[in-house]
Design a protein around this ligand. Structure first.
Ligand code: FES
Ligand code: FES
Length: 141
């Protein structure tokens, strides 16, 4: 049994899961983190926040998940989701959408880390490009 906070609510996963991604999708009914390559941790599609940091869930063991706070796209504030969706759409940053939840969660971690008191974020294009290099998009390469 592994207990942690998922999108603000306490949960426990009792299945014999090889990693956090399996617990989220197979037991806890959270489907925004996608399985593109588990358990190899290469594509970034399963990225979630674990204690505020972007982590690939297929490389996060159940032991390491114990007692943490996990946030998936389902747990992101609606206004922030809409803002992110509008920005991605405006820049054509999606096609089929399979990889998008993971990229959005990586983007959120990046923005949160660089957030100023007035709500703006000091993110540079180069910095963003470097972080997003952890993601593979099958539609665009
Ligand atoms: S499914 Fe986890 S990195 Fe690809
Ligand atoms: S938009 Fe299709 S995999 Fe990235």
């Amino acid at each position: 049994m592994t207990e942690f906070i998922l999108n603000g609510s306490p949960v426990s996963a009792s299945g014999d899961h090889g990693h956090l991604l399996a617990a989220l999708r197979d037991e806890l009914g959270v489907f925004s983190p996608k399985d593109g390559c588990s358990p190899t941790g290469q594509c970034g599609c399963c990225t979630v926040l674990v204690d505020g940091k972007a982590r690939v869930a297929c490389q996060t063991s159940m032991e390491k998940s114990e007692g943490t706070e996990v946030v998936t796209l389902e747990g992101v504030d609606e206004a922030e989701r809409q803002q992110m969706a509008a920005a991605f759409a405006a820049h054509g940053a999606l096609q089929c959408g399979f990889c998008t939840p993971g990229i959005v969660m990586r983007t959120k971690a990046m923005l949160d880390k660089k957030r100023n008191d007035d709500g703006t974020s000091d993110v540079t294009r180069d910095g963003a490009a470097r972080l997003l290099g952890a993601h593979l998009c099958r539609c665009t390469g």
